[in-house]
Write a protein that binds this ligand. Structure first.
Ligand SMILES: *Cc1c(COP(=O)(O)O)cnc(C)c1O
Length: 418
């Protein structure tokens, strides 16, 4: 099949059987059909190569098809793919132990699932079960997923409204404002759930000490503190976990995205023994997942954790993130009327425009120049850059030049319009 008919065929099936409105948007932005990927590069149906700065919203921290992760999964595939569920599974046992080893103190237990939203569901459910309370405090601009429970804690009207009423008892404090959380927390608060850095909210970094204050508030009110590190976890921000920037451990941590090494879907919550006792003591099957903790996913996760350590992923992310951010700061200085701010930690970087719609234009411009990015789901003014950590300094320079040209061209376009 030639590339044009391949594209037409895929587009037609999206239109007829998946999501015609989304298909139209993707086509309008100029996206083709992804065929293969390696390292930081995705290749489309025309053989065009793109530097992947979207990185699957943080899924490809370890790159596309890291050879060691591919080898681990292949090896497991020759033994057994999914779990028989009645037997013990060594990959799952090993991964739980490895996560307990690298995670903040006290998070000795793991429950495995298949996505970020499922991890959030488990976290909220465990918090309710452990406290026998109903209230949940989340934050404005938060993103915790789109399943009903997770959506109840996701603060974006556009996603929530058609599905109201959602889970009752959820309140939203401004992100970064610990006092507001303290005001809302009481003896009916089951959980305080927060992203250490808001991803879809627009790469928002809270003030120093925010997470530590939330820790105190949770302790004082007897609430379970949940850090949603689905996007920030595993080296993305320049630390293995973003909460390390504040030196604070939660009671439950949610992981997914990069956990499967960019090869397998894998989610998890890591949580404290005290919570285990409340949930599983009476019923060892209180919360389960058929696919959760399957051997293929866990082998991918184990290989990913090994790479996290062997290749100093967090340190690399911090160093390369600084290089990328420095380049963007220069661009922002050249376009003070178009760019409101650039910010980030490690390779989790946001570039915020001062007006709507510019983001979309720049995404299309960048795509033409071989760089794949997207704006933040809850904040379309912010382009987010979360490339694989093995992105080379040369590729970072290519991205910088592409961003610079795309913004210059967009500025010209806008100038012609006024
Ligand atoms: C992506 C994301 C989720 C949801 O994960 P899915 O795998 O898409 O369900 C939850 N929380 C955060 C912080 C995320 O970035």
């Amino acid at each position: 099949m030639d590339s044009d008919s391949l594209y037409a065929d895929v587009f037609q099936n999206y239109t007829d059987h998946i999501n015609p409105n989304l298909a139209r948007l993707m086509a309008f932005a100029g996206f083709g059909v992804e065929i293969s990927a390696v390292g930081a590069i995705i290749t489309d149906h025309e053989g065009r190569e793109f530097i992947d700065c979207l990185g699957g919203y943080g899924t490809f921290t370890f790159g596309h098809r890291h050879p060691k992760i591919v080898a681990a999964v292949r090896d497991q595939l020759d033994l057994m793919g999914l779990s028989g569920k009645a037997f013990f599974s060594k990959p799952q046992a090993d991964l739980a132990a490895a996560l307990a080893e690298i995670s903040p103190a006290g998070l000795d237990f793991a429950f495995f699932c298949n996505s970020g939203a499922e991890a959030v569901e488990a976290a909220l459910k465990f918090a309710k079960g452990a406290t026998q309370r109903a209230g949940i405090i989340s934050t404005q601009g938060s993103y915790h997923g789109k399943t009903l429970g997770a959506l109840s804690t996701t603060e974006r009207e556009k996603y929530r409204k058609p599905f109201m009423p959602l889970l009752p008892g959820v309140q939203f404090a401004p992100f970064g404002d610990a006092e507001a959380v303290a005001y809302l927390a009481d003896d009916n608060t089951a959980a305080i759930i927060v992203e250490p850095i808001q991803g879809e909210g627009g790469i928002i970094i809270p003030p120093d000490g925010y997470l530590a204050q939330l820790r105190e508030i949770a302790d004082r009110s007897g609430a379970v503190l949940i850090f949603d590190e689905v996007q920030t976890g595993l080296g993305r921000t320049g630390r293995n976990f973003a909460c390390e920037w504040d030196g604070v451990a939660p009671d439950i941590m949610c992981l997914a995205k990069a956990l499967g090494g960019g090869i397998m879907p894998l989610g998890a919550i890591l949580y404290a023994r005290a919570i285990y006792d409340q949930i599983y003591d009476v019923n060892p099957l209180a919360h389960t997942s058929t696919f959760g903790g399957n051997a293929l996913a866990c082998r991918a996760g184990l290989a990913a954790l090994q790479i996290l350590q062997d290749e100093n992923i967090a340190a690399q992310s911090e160093e390369k993130g600084r290089l990328m951010l420095d380049g963007f700061v220069e661009i922002a200085q050249a376009h003070p009327d178009l760019i409101a701010s650039v910010r980030g930690r490690g390779l989790m970087i946001g570039l915020e425009f001062s007006m709507d719609e510019v983001g979309e234009l720049v995404v299309a411009q960048l795509l033409k120049r071989g760089v794949c990015v997207a704006y933040a789901l809850n904040n379309p003014r912010v382009l987010r850059f979360e490339p694989p950590v093995m992105i080379s300094n040369d590729q970072i320079e290519t991205v910088r030049r592409a961003v610079s040209k795309s913004i210059a061209e967009t500025a010209e376009l806008l100038a012609e319009l006024v």
